[in-house]
Write a protein that binds this ligand. Structure first.
Ligand SMILES: [Zn+2]
Length: 520
């Protein structure tokens, strides 16, 4: 549904509920044999993704990313187990979600196994199950090769043109006003018309997405309540804020189809009660997607309302207090942030995951205040298993742990803490070599340890992870140009680093050459 392409298509807003027939006619039948190859689709996806990573609205917030991955990985595992995701496609495609700061409610599948997810969508889902239903649907568009069929259909377009079109459609979605201007050109419009998913594709993505989310352990009800939510938004004609609806028109047929999949006797569209953690992370998504001062002050006013405790469920209160503490931190008001955080602490004590979220936020607040020596920061770090000097991997570190540990080590500047941070980041990167932010933190830690060659190489790897090969090459060249200190204590370590850098430079140059030879 939500491929970018589509978003720009339905000019006849609000919500193209009636555009279905025309779009379906323009599409190939399912199973058309002239599909784009997986590697060609991946190359196109890489091109688009490399632009998205450079977009100022791209955001990698470790806490929200951790939450999304906690839903995404079980969906992928379920797709593998069910055979929807073949080993070949698993290997060839990226399967990466790219978060955007945008407030609009949108999620979309891109070529090559990349997915876009706006914070605006995270801010409106009421449960993990609802988010799983959207992601499962998008995932299924890709495993079923719907995108390759659409692209093959428009084979008069070069990959470069398709990439440009997708990016244009994405940009248009950010601002409804800009979108109208962009779409006026007749040719772009007709091409995008061919790039819309057909009704059959939507139905297939619903069916397969539903199967994988339930097999992954999510509540089936999430699928239906998400539909209800979108339907309500559609009634309000709020199409500017819900680009998802333009690309995923809701038909009564789709809704009836999903409701028929619910087990008999299941409550229809009962409002799912948001879990504590979900409510806190929804608040986080709202704060990060709407960073204006007035909005941030609004969080504080809401939390200080005397009616807060009486009128709302504990999870909702936790969301309000989390948002208020976070907003105060963004406003650089450490005292207020600590005050709201302390109120939140009273609510979450019995919920281990919410407690972890509380500690992450508390440590962020202390680090933002630049106050590492406060006993509070030390206690929080200890609660997370991050004390300096503790044997590495004594606890299972999650991504936000690693980022906070690195920030703490850099603020404190103690050798032992920096060594620990470097070691833990290296261990993480063995399993997650595509984690640009982890490479970037590792580069900062190396720089603080005065290991310049390693720092430059880590910076280069951060560029590679975001598909910026030219940027990576610049850093590798800078590392090679660096004069070696003769007779330095770590000369042999430098020698090993230098040979790694030489090898990486040759590999990156080969990648750049390959890219230059692709048809544009
Ligand atoms: Zn869809």
């Amino acid at each position: 549904m939500i491929t970018l392409f589509f978003a720009a298509i339905c000019l006849t807003l609000p919500i193209a509920l009636n555009a279905q027939g025309a779009i379906a006619n323009a599409l190939p039948l399912l199973g058309d044999s002239s599909d784009m190859s997986a590697s060609a689709e991946r190359r196109l996806g890489d091109r688009i993704a490399s632009e998205l990573y450079r977009d100022p609205d791209f955001i990698d917030d470790p806490v929200l990313t951790d939450y999304v991955q906690g839903i995404w990985q079980p969906l992928l595992a379920s797709a593998r187990a069910r055979g929807d995701l073949t080993p070949e496609l698993d290997e060839r495609f990226a399967w990466r979600i790219i978060l955007g700061r945008d407030r609009s409610v949108n999620a979309f599948a891109l070529p090559g196994g990349y997915f876009g997810l706006h914070l605006g969508l995270l801010a409106v889902v009421s449960s993990r199950d609802e988010l799983a239903s959207v992601l499962g649907h998008e995932l299924s568009h890709v495993t079923q090769r719907h995108i390759s069929r659409l692209i093959s259909k428009s084979n008069q377009q070069t990959p470069w043109m398709i990439g440009a079109m997708v990016l244009g459609a994405l940009a248009a979605n950010k601002s409804p006003d800009a979108g109208n201007a962009l779409i006026v050109g007749g040719q772009a419009l007709s091409v995008q018309g061919q790039l819309n998913f057909s009704r059959d594709m939507e139905r297939e993505a619903d069916r397969i997405g539903f199967g994988l989310m339930t097999q992954a352990g999510f509540e089936a009800q999430g699928f239906v309540s998400m539909f209800d939510k979108l339907q309500q938004a559609a009634r309000l004609n709020d199409s500017g804020a819900y680009p998802y609806l333009r690309s995923h028109p809701l038909t009564t047929e789709r809704i009836a189809d999903m409701q028929s999949r619910l087990p008999l006797g299941a409550p229809q569209a009962a409002a799912a009660s948001p879990g504590m953690t979900h409510a806190m992370l929804t608040a986080r998504a709202r704060v990060l997607s709407n960073p204006g001062v007035d909005a941030l002050r609004g969080w504080l006013a809401q939390a200080d309302d005397a009616g807060l405790a009486k009128s709302r469920a504990a999870a909702q209160q936790a969301g309000s207090l989390y948002g208020a503490a976070m907003a105060a931190m963004q406003l650089r008001d450490a005292a207020q942030a600590r005050k709201q955080w302390a109120r939140l602490q009273n609510l979450v004590a019995d919920d281990p995951e919410a407690l972890r979220q509380l500690r992450w936020l508390g440590l962020e607040i202390e680090l933002a205040a630049g106050d590492r020596s406060r006993p509070q920061a030390q206690a929080l770090a200890a609660g997370l298993g991050l004390e300096a000097g503790k044997p590495a991997m004594a606890t299972v570190l999650r991504r936000p742990d690693l980022m906070l540990q690195a920030r703490m080590a850099l603020q404190g500047g103690q050798a032992q803490a920096l060594d620990q941070a470097a070691q833990d980041l290296q261990g993480w990167l063995l399993g997650q070599p595509q984690d640009a932010m982890a490479w970037q933190w590792l580069a900062s830690v190396y720089a603080a340890k005065k290991q310049d060659l390693r720092a430059l190489r880590a910076e280069a790897e951060a560029r590679v992870a975001q598909l910026d090969y030219a940027g990576a090459l610049d850093r590798l060249k800078a590392a090679q140009d660096r004069p070696r200190a003769a007779g330095a204590v770590n000369a042999s370590a430098d020698h090993i680093d230098a040979s790694i850098i030489d090898t990486r430079r040759r590999q990156i140059e080969a990648l750049l050459k390959e890219q230059a030879q692709e048809p544009s």
